[in-house]
Design a protein around this ligand. Structure first.
Ligand code: 28F
Length: 632
C-alpha cells in the first residue's frame, strides 16, 4: 500500500482554468453538473471507507443551501507540503493534487473518474474543511472559488479522526443551486448496498427529512430492494468467487416482469455501459439454462435453444467486481464500459459453475423459471413473425386498420415529422384541425390503453392501441426495436390535464420505457403541455400552464374572466395550435430517464400489481411540480 504522505501530491495548476470553463471539469453547470460537486466530495469519503478507514459517511443539506459531507476516516493529512503550503491548502486549491490518483491495490471509487476536491472549491462561493487528526481539530476556510480566507488553524483537542467538508456552490456558476435530497439518497443508498460495512446518513435540514442506509447483506439486499414490488420465484441467488485476482460478487433473482435489469459495478464505480464482465455473465446464464433445459427434456432435442433475451427475461442482477488497478481498463466516451478482457472469462466461469450447481439443487424453482422462459421464447418468435409479415407487406388489411386511426402528415420526413398521440376522439378531431398537416400526424387513442406493466407480453400485443402505436412509429418494439427506423423525430403524448389524462400518460410512459427505451434515451419522446386556464381581461387574453402562472397573471388585475380547460376537447383548433402544437409558441416536456435503477423501480412501483409500495412511493416521491424535464 502506498505510504500516503505529503510528498505524494503533485502540483499541476491553479483553479483559474476551472472557473473559466466549468463544464470541462464537471460536464455541465445544470442541476446534474452541480450534483457532481457533491459526488466528488462524497467519493473522497467513500474512498476512505473502501480503504477500510472509517465506516460512516453523512451528508446534510443545510438551510443556507450549502452541503456538508463528513466521514470518520483518517482525516486529511495536515502537515507541510514541500511547496511550503499546508497539505489541505494544496489539496483544495491545486488541480489534481490528490495522492489518491496514484494509489496501489484497488482503485478508489471516485478517484479514477473524480477531478479532485479542488474543482469543487473553485466552483463554490465558500468551502470549510474541518479535520480531526493526531488528537487535534484543524480548520481551514476558502472563499470566492478557492482563495484562503482562514488559513489552517488548530481549534481544539479531539479523540476522533475524520474529515468534514461544507461548501456552497457558486450561484454565479450554477443557475439552480438546490441539492436534490432524493437524488443524493439514491446514490448514497447505492453506495451502502455496495459496501456492507458502510453506514450512510442523509439529512435535509430545511425539509426535515432524514434517511439512514446500512445493508449487512450488501448486493443481496440491493436485488431485494429493486424487486420488492414485483412477484419473485425464489430467494436471491448469491454467486461469489475470485480468479486471476478478479473478485466477483453477483446477486440475481427472477421476477414475473418482462424486462431484464442488470446493473454492474467495478471497484464501486457503476459501469453504465456494461462491458466484458456483463458479456461473460450473460453468456453463462444462457448456457446454464439451455443445458439444464435440454438435460431435463424441457427443451426437446430438435427444438431451438433459448436466446439470451429469453434467458434474461424478468432477471434482476447486480454484478460487483474488484479489479486490481494494473489490469483495469475502462472504455467508451464516458469510461462507462469495462474493457478488461480477463473479466469476461472469470465472470463467465464463476457464474456458470455456481448456476449449474444451483439449478441441480433447486429443481422445482429451476423448472418454474424455465417454463416462463419458454413462454417468452414463444411470444418473441410470434412477434418476430408478425414483424416480418409487416415488413414484407402481408395481410395489408390488418395493417390498414392498424393505421386506420392515423391521420398522417403530408410529407414523409422522419427528421422533422411529429406524431401526436392524442387521448380521446374529440381531442383527436380538434388536433386534426389544429395541426400543421405538412409535418404533424395525429393518432387518437380510444380511452385507456392497457397497463403494460401488469399485462403479459402476449396480451399487450393483442391490444389495438398498442399495435397501432407500434405500427405508426414503424421501428418494432422490445429487443427488436431499432430507433434508426422511427418514422418521426418527435412522438408527443397529448392528454387531458386531469387524472384520466395523467393515468394514460403514465401507461404510455410505461409502455415506451419497457418496449421502446431507446426512443426516450435518444430524446424523441415528449409530453405536450396544453394550458390549464385562459384569462380574459378587457380585449386581451392570456393562457396559463400552471396554477403559479395563473396567480402571477391575475395578481395585478381587477376585472378578468378565468376559463379552466377541463380537457383538450373543449378547446378550439386555433388556441390548441397556438398554445400546444405550434413549435414557435408551444411548451413541450422532453421525457428523459434520470437514473436506470430508479427509473426501473419507479415504473414497476407505479405500474406493478403489488399495491402497497405504490401508495407509499407516491406519498414519498411525487411532487406534482412542473420540471423542465419530465423524469421517470
Ligand atoms: C468529507 C469529505 O475528503 N475524506 C478524506 C482522506 C484521508 C487521506 C487523504 C483524504 C494524501 C496526501 C493525497 C489520510 N491519512 N471527506 C474526505 N479523507 N485524503 S480525503 O489523503 C490524501 C492524499 O494527499 C489520508 C493517510 N493517507 C491518506
Amino acid at each position: 500500500m502506498t505510504k500516503y504522505d505529503e510528498e505524494s501530491i503533485t502540483i499541476l495548476e491553479g483553479l483559474d482554468a476551472v472557473k473559466k470553463r466549468p463544464a470541462m471539469y464537471i460536464g455541465s453547470t445544470d442541476k446534474k453538473g452541480m450534483h457532481h460537486l457533491a459526488w466528488e466530495i462524497i467519493d473522497n469519503s467513500i474512498d476512505e471507507i473502501i480503504n477500510n478507514y472509517g465506516d460512516k459517511v453523512s451528508v446534510r443539506i443545510n438551510k443556507d443551501g450549502s452541503l456538508t459531507v463528513a466521514d470518520n476516516g483518517r482525516g486529511v493529512p495536515t502537515g507541510k507540503h514541500k511547496s511550503g503550503k499546508t497539505t489541505p491548502e494544496v489539496i483544495y486549491t491545486m488541480l489534481h493534487a490528490g495522492g489518491k490518483f496514484q494509489s496501489e491495490g484497488y482503485k478508489v471509487s471516485g478517484g479514477l473518474h473524480g477531478v479532485g476536491a479542488s474543482v469543487v472549491n473553485a466552483l463554490s462561493k465558500w468551502m470549510e474543511v474541518t479535520i480531526f487528526r493526531d488528537g487535534e481539530i484543524h480548520y481551514i476556510k476558502f472563499s470566492d472559488g478557492g482563495k484562503v480566507e482562514i488559513p489552517l488553524t488548530k481549534q481544539g483537542k479531539t479523540n476522533k479522526t475524520g474529515t468534514i467538508v461544507t461548501f456552497l456552490p457558486d450561484p454565479e456558476v450554477f443557475k439552480n443551486t438546490s441539492f436534490s435530497y432524493t437524488t443524493i439518497c439514491e446514490r448514497m443508498q447505492e453506495s451502502a448496498f455496495l459496501l456492507n460495512n458502510l453506514t450512510v446518513e442523509v439529512e435535509d435540514i430545511p425539509d426535515e427529512k432524514k434517511n439512514v442506509y446500512h445493508y449487512d447483506n450488501g448486493i443481496i439486499s440491493f436485488v431485494e430492494y429493486i424487486n420488492e414490488d414485483k412477484k419473485t420465484f425464489h430467494k436471491v441467488v448469491p454467486i461469489k468467487g475470485t480468479k486471476s485476482n478478479v473478485e466477483v460478487d453477483i446477486a440475481l433473482q427472477y421476477t414475473d416482469s418482462y424486462t431484464e435489469n442488470i446493473l454492474s459495478f467495478v471497484n464501486n464505480v457503476k459501469t453504465v455501459d456494461g462491458g466484458t464482465h456483463e458479456i461473460g455473465f450473460k453468456t453463462a446464464i444462457t448456457k446454464a439454462f439451455n443445458e439444464y433445459a435440454k438435460d431435463k427434456g424441457i427443451l426437446k432435442a430438435k427444438e431451438k435453444t433459448f436466446e439470451g433475451s429469453d434467458a434474461r427475461e424478468g432477471l434482476t442482477a447486480i454484478l460487483n467486481l474488484k479489479i486490481p488497478e494494473n489490469i483495469l481498463q475502462f472504455e467508451g466516451q464516458t469510461k462507462g464500459r469495462l474493457g478488461t478482457p480477463i473479466a469476461r472469462s472469470v465472470v463467465e466461469n464463476i457464474t456458470y459453475d455456481s448456476l449449474k450447481y444451483y439449478l441441480e439443487e433447486n429443481r422445482e424453482i429451476s423448472v418454474s423459471i424455465i417454463e416462463k422462459m419458454n413462454k417468452s421464447k414463444i411470444a418473441r418468435e410470434a412477434a418476430r413473425k408478425a414483424r416480418e409479415a409487416a415488413r414484407n407487406g402481408k395481410n395489408k388489411k390488418e395493417m390498414r386498420n392498424l393505421s386506420g386511426k392515423l391521420t398522417p402528415a403530408q410529407t414523409k420526413n422522419a427528421k422533422i415529422n411529429e406524431l401526436y398521440i392524442v387521448e380521446g376522439n374529440s381531442a383527436g378531431g380538434t388536433a386534426k384541425k389544429a395541426r400543421d398537416r405538412k409535418f404533424q400526424a395525429i393518432l387518437p387513442l380510444r380511452g385507456k390503453i392497457i397497463n403494460t406493466e401488469k399485462a403479459s407480453m402476449t396480451d399487450i400485443f393483442k391490444n389495438e392501441e398498442i399495435n397501432s402505436i407500434i405500427h405508426c412509429i414503424g421501428a418494432g418494439y422490445g429487443l427488436e426495436f431499432d430507433v434508426k427506423d422511427i418514422n418521426y423525430d418527435k412522438v408527443i403524448i397529448m392528454t387531458d390535464a386531469d387524472d384520466d389524462g395523467a393515468h394514460i400518460q403514465c401507461l404510455l410512459l410505461t409502455f415506451f420505457f419497457r418496449y421502446m427505451k431507446p426512443l426516450i434515451e435518444e430524446g424523441h419522446l415528449y409530453i405536450a403541455m396544453p394550458p390549464l386556464y385562459k384569462v380574459d381581461y378587457g380585449k386581451k387574453h392570456e393562457y396559463c400552464y400552471t396554477d403559479e402562472e395563473l396567480k402571477e397573471i391575475i395578481k395585478d388585475k381587477t376585472n378578468y374572466k378565468i376559463q379552466r380547460y377541463k380537457g383538450l376537447g373543449e378547446m378550439n383548433p386555433e388556441p390548441l395550435w397556438t398554445t400546444t402544437m405550434n413549435p414557435e409558441s408551444r411548451n413541450l416536456i422532453k421525457v428523459n430517464i434520470d437514473d436506470g435503477t430508479l427509473a426501473e423501480k419507479r415504473v414497476s412501483v407505479l405500474m406493478g400489481d403489488v399495491v402497497e409500495p405504490r401508495k407509499e412511493w407516491i406519498n414519498e416521491n411525487v411532487e406534482f411540480s412542473l420540471e423542465d424535464d419530465y423524469k421517470i
